[in-house]
Design a protein around this ligand. Structure first.
Ligand code: SF4
Ligand code: SF4
Length: 302
């Protein structure tokens, strides 16, 4: 199962939910050793965790992975061979992002606008464009105990995070249906990096908080995941006890299942501030995250 964990709003506890779900399932799978565990549908399965919040990856602070691979990644941007170029302007016409312009006898390329789509190279009638790699970030892959862990990091000053997310997913997400649980921790918001993270997922789990701000951004995130991408969605409400009933009422009206409620609990905040995952600081949460996993399985197939 491939799950993206998203949140319209930052700071709702998205990464906390992702990490604790991964730890609970990995630990139960290990102890199950191939046998379904009572009360869960789990048999032995691997867990793969992708931190796709590439502007600020922080899941590693809690999972403390050991990396065995590190690779610089980026996008292919055009470079013009002026011996062949006739300044016909075709490359600028086909570029949707205004990243290339032909002015008189000059071809100007704006790398910060280029999405690396390759359209200019394909459409140049003279074959005057070749592509060069512009490094925009890194991908690191390793393990955290039984969890396969990968993270992408966008270089400071770069704006184009989707290619890093795409390449991290290409490395780690199985291309065929698999028994493994793949957890993709997306960045907050509803912009291109989140869409890139969600694409190809079987379920999108939204983590929100029961406040008007949480509700506002949850609506936007549901619109993107369910209404635009056609993916099944469910909600975890974090810090239950603050705010109002707006999120509950919205989920009921929109038929969005609430799969878990996490109360406002000082012990969770203290564990977080010390970098200790909830399931380790408060072991009763192991069962609660395993129940979340079961509900995800049910919601995915229903
Ligand atoms: S399409 Fe090719 S030949 Fe035409 S201006 Fe661009 S680089 Fe030059
Ligand atoms: S690769 Fe795509 S985005 Fe970049 S300059 Fe060429 S057409 Fe524009």
């Amino acid at each position: 199962m491939i799950i993206t964990i998203a949140s319209g709003k930052g700071g709702t506890g998205k990464t906390t939910v992702a990490i604790n779900l991964a730890l609970a399932v990995a630990s139960a799978s290990e102890s199950a050793s191939g046998q379904p565990q009572e009360g869960t549908g789990l048999s032995h399965k691997g867990v793969i965790f992708l931190d796709c919040d590439v502007e600020e990856p922080n899941a590693g602070l809690f999972l403390k992975p050991t990396f065995t691979q590190r690779e610089e990644v980026g996008i292919l941007i055009p470079e013009v061979d002026f011996d062949k170029c006739t300044y016909c302007g075709r490359c600028a016409e086909v570029c949707q992002y205004h990243a290339i312009a032909v002015v008189g006898k000059k071809v100007l390329i704006f790398p910060e606008l280029c999405h690396g789509c390759g359209s200019c190279t394909l459409n140049c009638p003279e074959g005057a464009i070749h592509e060069v790699l512009k490094t925009t970030g890194t991908i690191e892959i390793g393990a955290s105990g039984p969890i396969t862990f990968g993270q992408g990091t966008l270089n400071v000053g770069e704006a184009m995070s989707p290619p890093i997310i795409r390449q991290l997913k290409q490395r780690l997400v199985p291309s065929e249906p698999s028994e493994q649980l793949v957890i993709i921790d997306a960045s907050p918001g509803t912009a291109c990096p989140v869409v890139e993270a969600m694409q190809g997922s079987e379920f999108v789990l939204m983590v929100t908080e029961p406040t008007p701000f949480g509700l506002h951004d949850l609506r936007l995130a549901v619109q993107v995941a369910r209404d635009e991408l056609g993916l099944p969605v469910g909600v975890v409400i974090n810090r239950v006890g603050v705010g109002d009933r707006g999120v509950e009422d919205y989920c009921a009206a929109e038929d969005v299942p609430i799969l878990m409620r996490i109360p406002l609990d000082r012990r969770i905040a203290v564990a977080y501030s010390e970098g200790i995952p909830m399931v380790e600081a408060l072991p009763e949460y192991r069962e609660r995250f395993l129940s979340l996993y079961d509900r995800l399985e049910e919601a995915r197939v229903s």
